[in-house]
Design a protein around this ligand. Structure first.
Ligand SMILES: Nc1nc2c(ncn2[C@@H]2O[C@H](COP(=O)(O)OP(=O)(O)OP(=O)(O)O)[C@@H](O)[C@H]2O)c(=O)[nH]1
Length: 518
């Protein structure tokens, strides 16, 4: 009995243990299933995240996701998992090598971008840093994408620069030189009154901070103004020629009419002369043939009356002829007077033009062309009469600073005042011309070696003492002067060069002085 009780209690204990073990197993199974479920979900999400990398991998992962829904099939999925692991490894190394290729590709592109010189300096710096950054390997695709984006940004910036610069060119020293030359050239041309304000504005632009567009526009405007002037000049000449032609046609018609009339008159006169001769001959014959005085008287009276009649007709004809001729001469004189008036007006205009062509419009001094004429004339006199001849070149000191500080119109006014002062300092036999810009040339005949320095220093002092006042500021304007006397056997050009070198020396020695080349 005792033995059976013991067995029973052992069985009960074992049952209890078995039950507890079963409960524990259930718990473990539930826990395992929970974890497995989480793992399946994780694998499923991970596989979705990998989608799109590789088709084979995508297919395998899809199959795996399907199998993972069913716990019983998990074991079946094991070979697939091994396969997927292999594929993932291969995909990783493939991705890494692709990333490296892409990095090298980007480096090549950035090197090309670096060769574009027109890129602004700031961008160039940024590109250099970017290139240094590209030296480090990429670990993920996400590192690659921003780099590509940055590269596109560089391209965009350069493109923007190129597009905005397509019709904009940098101003070069040659352009500035051209602008200054054009300003000097237009200063030498006489424009119409109604064009002068426009020309002044263009001049300001040309002498200021010009850009290429402004320069081209200035050239275009000046060209069209000049063409307009030429066209007007042509029309004026044409009008004159037409008037001349009309007058000549009238004169020709008058001459033709007069000629025709006189032809007809000649014929009539011929007939009358014949008739007169006939009457005289008849009278002669009557005197010879008729002895009876009464008969003779009667016959002669008849002949004389016919003769008188013929003579009075001839006189009437001559008077008419005279009247026609007078009328013709009158109308011809009228035409010729009109023509001569027209010609005089045209001549005056031409003369005015010639005069203007020799004047500098800004200062009203003689211009360079006039200077050249006068130089030849003075040189001829110098050679013929062996009289002394001096050339002095004067240049305003630091004139640019007047323009820069007070504007070009103040600069222009300064030039006008100095030009007048120079002209008023000279005798009638002496000559001054604006050579260009702020340079003037003086031709001084008949001045001795002892007097030249005195004379030129007087001129220099005179200019220095002009009380210029700009923007309420008292300004002293000074001149540097270089002078040379034309020597025996020397050309005028050689003397001019010596005077120019003397001026250069005056500038170098501190300005506001006269240097004479001896
Ligand atoms: N307002 C005005 N300026 C002119 C005219 N022609 C030339 N200029 C200016 O004259 C100036 C000459 O300058 P520079 O040749 O440098 O000589 P500078 O300033 O006088 O100096 P130095 O001659 O060395 O003493 C330039 O700024 C020209 O633009 C003009 O008709 N009107």
């Amino acid at each position: 009995m005792k033995e059976s009780d013991t067995a029973i209690s052992q069985i009960t204990l074992m049952k209890q243990k078995l039950h507890a073990a079963k409960l524990a197993l259930d718990e473990i199974t539930t826990d395992r299933n929970d974890k497995l479920k989480t793992l399946i979900q994780f694998i499923s999400h991970l596989s979705l995240a990998c989608k799109g990398q590789n088709i084979e991998l995508d297919n395998k992962l899809a199959k795996l996701r399907h199998h993972m829904h069913n716990f019983e099939q998990i074991d079946d999925a094991l070979p697939e998992l091994i396969d997927i692991e292999r594929l993932l490894k291969a995909q990783y190394s493939h991705t890494m090598s692709r990333l490296e290729d892409s990095r090298l590709g980007l480096t090549r592109v950035i090197r090309q971008i670096q060769r574009i010189n027109s890129a602004p300096d700031k961008l160039k710096k940024e590109i250099t840093y970017f290139k240094q950054d590209l030296g480090k390997p990429f670990h993920t695709v996400w590192e690659y994408i921003p780099k590509v984006e940055k590269l596109i940004f560089f391209y965009e910036e350069i493109l923007k620069q190129e597009i905005s610069g397509a019709d904009h060119y940098d101003i070069l020293p040659q352009h500035i030189q051209l602008a200054r030359e054009l300003a000097a050239k237009i200063a030498e041309v006489e424009f119409r009154k109604d064009q002068r304000d426009q020309i002044l504005v263009i001049k300001e632009v040309l002498l200021g901070d010009i850009n290429v567009d402004g320069l081209l526009e200035a050239y275009q405007t000046i060209l069209s103004l000049l063409l307009d002037n030429i066209a007007r000049e042509k029309t004026a000449s044409q009008d004159f020629l037409f008037a001349l032609n009309d007058a000549l046609t009238i004169v020709r018609d008058v001459v033709n009419n007069t000629y025709n009339n006189s032809q007809r008159s000649e014929q009539l006169k011929g007939q009358l002369n014949k008739e007169i001769n006939l009457r005289v001959n008849n009278a002669d014959a009557i005197v010879v043939d008729i002895d009876n005085i009464t008969e003779l008287k009667t016959q002669l009276t008849v002949q004389l009356s016919s003769l008188r009649d013929a003579l009075s007709r001839k006189e009437a004809l001559e008077q008419r002829e005279q009247a026609i001729l007078r009328k013709s001469i009158d109308s011809m004189r009228k035409e010729l007077n009109a023509m001569s008036n027209e010609a005089n007006t045209y001549k005056e205009k031409l003369f005015e033009h010639q005069k203007l062509n020799l004047l500098d419009p800004l200062t009203q001094l003689s211009n360079r062309t006039a200077l050249e004429d006068r130089m030849e004339q003075e040189y001829r006199n110098h050679m013929r009469y062996k009289t002394p001849l001096w050339i002095a070149i004067t240049d305003i000191d630091h004139f640019k600073s007047i323009n820069d500080n007070f504007g070009h119109s103040t600069g222009d006014k300064t030039l006008q005042v100095i030009a007048m002062a120079l002209k008023n300092s000279l005798r009638d036999s002496e000559f001054v011309a604006r050579y260009g810009g702020e340079e003037f040339v003086l031709l001084l005949p008949d001045i001795t070696d002892e007097h030249i320095s005195l004379m030129l220093n007087r001129v220099r002092e005179k200019i220095k003492n002009i009380p210029f006042k700009f923007k309420n500021q008292r300004i002293t304007v000074t001149l540097s002067i270089g002078a040379a006397q034309v020597m025996e056997n020397e050309t005028l050009e050689e003397a001019f060069e010596r005077a120019d070198a003397a001026l250069y020396q005056a500038k170098n020695n501190g300005r506001d002085r006269v240097v004479i080349d001896i």
